[in-house]
Design a protein around this ligand. Structure first.
Ligand code: AP5
Length: 219
């Protein structure tokens, strides 16, 4: 089964992907995580991507598509066939490339899940988000605090604020999202693949909506 998760920054894509991985046996392909890893590792791709990410701009299509293609092929070679794409595609060019990548592997997108969240709540979610500097677990200072302030419950490492969770960068990320989301919704809607879920509910309720509207069975 192939699922796409899309929605505005802070809509809960990463949170829901984490649940689908741990409970339902999906492999998560998050272009945001892949790019952040490349930045941290200081690869040339990471150095190129950093400027775009720090400004809240989209990284060029060819870079992101190349990363996804490589990882999908690697996972398929290892026998995985349940994927959740988190934050990819973000442009129509990426959507067309994903179709091509999947078609070549005799796979196709089953559902494109759009997590709809009220705009006013997004900034609060993003400015209150804390992420583990080591294992990337995600917290929120009010909605999902760690047991010990500033430390990850899972590995005990320091929690940090993501560099693009500053209010000025958040504005650009939201603008970029608005510029592309409509076309993607129309695109997947035209194939009858679009599923819309209310992301303003609590994490568990959103998860239940995703499971019930896509008919996921445990992998
Ligand atoms: P990316 O990492 O994909 O960031 P994003 O799309 O801006 O989304 P976020 O990761 O900020 O939010 P999320 O929806 O995953 O929310 P989360 O679950 O963490 O991309 C970063 C950058 O990389 C982009 O700006 C771009 O530069 C580049 N990039 C990535 N993909 C690209 C692509 N395909 N093409 C080009 N460039 C690309 O939740 C947020 C907070 O809310 C957390 O604190 C969480 O605990 C809390 N929360 C979650 N769900 C709930 C809930 N239901 N109720 C209350 N709180 C909740």
């Amino acid at each position: 089964m192939i699922l796409l998760l899309f929605g505005a920054p802070g809509s809960g894509k990463g949170t829901q992907s984490g649940l689908l991985v741990s409970r339902d046996g999906f492999v998560q392909i998050s272009t945001g995580d892949l790019l952040r890893s490349a930045v941290t590792a200081g690869t040339s791709l990471g150095k190129d991507a950093k400027g775009f990410m720090d400004r809240g701009d989209l990284v060029p299509d060819r870079v992101v598509i190349g990363l996804v293609q490589e990882l999908v092929r690697e996972k398929i070679a290892h026998g995985f066939n349940r994927f959740i794409f988190d934050g990819f595609p973000r442009t129509l060019a990426q959507a067309h490339s994903l179709n091509e990548i999947l078609n070549n592997l005799a796979l196709q997108v089953d559902h494109a899940i759009f997590i709809d969240v009220d705009r006013a709540g997004l900034v609060k979610r993003l400015t209150g988000r804390r992420v583990c500097s080591s294992c990337s677990a995600v917290y929120h200072i009010e909605n999902k605090p760690s047991a010990v302030v500033g430390l990850c419950d899972i590995c005990g490492s320091n929690l940090v604020i993501r560099s693009d969770d500053r209010e000025d960068v958040i504005s650009s990320r939201l603008e970029n999202y608005d510029a592309t989301a409509h076309a993607l919704k129309n695109y997947y809607g035209s194939f009858g693949k679009l599923v819309e879920v209310n992301g303003d509910k609590c994490v568990e309720e959103v998860y239940k909506s995703i499971v019930s509207s896509t008919g996921i069975v445990k992998g």
